[in-house]
Design a protein around this ligand. Structure first.
Ligand code: ATP
Length: 356
């Protein structure tokens, strides 16, 4: 396999002009560096600009301004087929009248490789994606998951510097999606290829990525590993979009030795803190539902509004001073379980509190 390449995006924007001549910034001055061999996901809600960004890397969309580099070379002016990238589409985009072998071999034939070389490469890749023995079948004789494997093989066989994925698993059922994403990750790691993957599914992004690029309204909110974006979100949007979050308004009383003393709902908490805020500043605390300890003793007093048994955890909504607080108490079989209307106390470990 050829060396994989890094992707560098510099001040990239895409403005669409609508029928009414009104401008719309789908992508607004984003910059990000993707390392060779890295698996990076563009994640965000519908309309945030992730597909437009991917299509600009592929060459299907022309940037309004900014630059895109692949392996250090500026590729803005190259047409898609001259870029060292391959795209795997949501709809697979296979040729229905070609069998699997010919679908995978198509690009290599265009490149005019020798018959022997084509046979070797196609057979290796078909093997890699787990479709050995199916070479003579046609796309309509395959399941959705198998068709997506063919699409992946067809992209991989070209040995591109970067592999681009546009929501490739959206058409599969939930179980198969989970299975296929581990397959994609395994294959990508084995080949060591750079991958840029678009999804709006956060669990897909968490399980696949070395780093996640979280987009909102055309801009990048945060770039980080799954752990970084989950435990140390930079914005309320990221905290809310990745997993579930509780927010508490607080006031910083003091910051000493990497710890902040915070006043919350009339109580004082001491929380690890490395940020810029100082005494007197308002802040927001982010606490994940699984980090909340529910019991008869604690810091914040509340009333159980909703209690639901979910199997692996007991799910609660607890009202604290008019605020809905989400709590997930794992392994409820060995815990005291509260019912609706019960008065409870909530607490959390200082390490589990993140300050915005
Ligand atoms: P989704 O998950 O729904 O595909 P997305 O984050 O991938 O969303 P984009 O497809 O990048 O979003 O679109 C970003 C915004 O740009 C959207 O508001 C969309 O309506 C708009 N847009 C996309 N393509 C065009 C176009 N050709 N002309 C005008 N507006 C467009």
């Amino acid at each position: 396999m050829k060396k994989s390449k890094g992707v560098n995006i510099k001040n990239l924007s895409k403005i669409y002009v609508g029928n009414n001549n009104k401008e719309f910034k789908a992508v607004d001055n984003i910059s990000v560096d993707i390392r060779p061999g890295e698996f990076v996901t563009l994640l965000g809600p519908s309309g945030c600009g992730k597909t437009t960004t991917l299509r600009m890397i592929a060459g299907f969309e022309i940037p309004t301004s900014g630059d895109i580099y692949l392996g250090g070379d500026r590729i803005n002016d190259l047409p898609p087929d001259k870029r060292d990238s391959s795209m795997v589409f949501q709809t697979y985009a296979l040729f229905p009248h070609y069998n699997i072998y010919d679908n995978v071999a198509y690009g290599l034939k265009l490149k005019k490789l020798s018959k022997d070389e084509i046979r070797q490469k196609v057979s290796d890749i078909i093997d890699l994606v787990g479709l050995k023995g199916m070479e003579n079948r046609y796309p309509n004789q395959l399941s959705g998951g198998q068709q997506q494997r063919v699409a992946l093989a067809r992209a991989l066989v070209m040995e591109p510097g970067v592999l681009l994925f546009d929501e490739p698993l959206s058409n599969l059922d939930a179980k198969l999606r989970v299975y296929m994403r581990t397959e994609i990750r395994k294959i990508q790691k084995k080949v060591g290829i750079t991958a840029v993957y678009v999804t709006h599914d956060q669990s897909e992004a968490m399980s696949l990525s070395d780093r996640i690029i979280i987009m909102n309204k055309g801009v990048i909110e945060q770039v980080g590993t799954p752990k970084e974006v989950y435990y140390t979100p930079k914005t309320e949007f990221v905290a809310d979009f990745i997993g579930t979050a509780n927010f508490l308004d607080g006031k910083i009383k003091d910051v000493v030795d990497g710890k902040a003393k915070i006043e919350v709902h009339g109580k004082e908490l001491l929380v690890p803190y490395k940020g810029e805020k100082k005494s007197g500043d308002d802040c927001k605390l982010v606490i994940r539902p699984e980090a909340v300890i529910i019991g008869r003793e604690g810091v914040l007093k509340g009333k159980v509004e909703l209690a639901t048994f979910m199997g692996e955890y007991q799910d609660y909504i607890v009202k604290i001073n008019g605020l809905d607080f989400k709590v997930q108490d794992y392994n409820p079989m060995v815990k005291e379980v509260f019912g609706e209307g019960d008065e409870v106390m909530l607490s959390f470990l200082p390490e589990n509190v993140h300050i915005l």
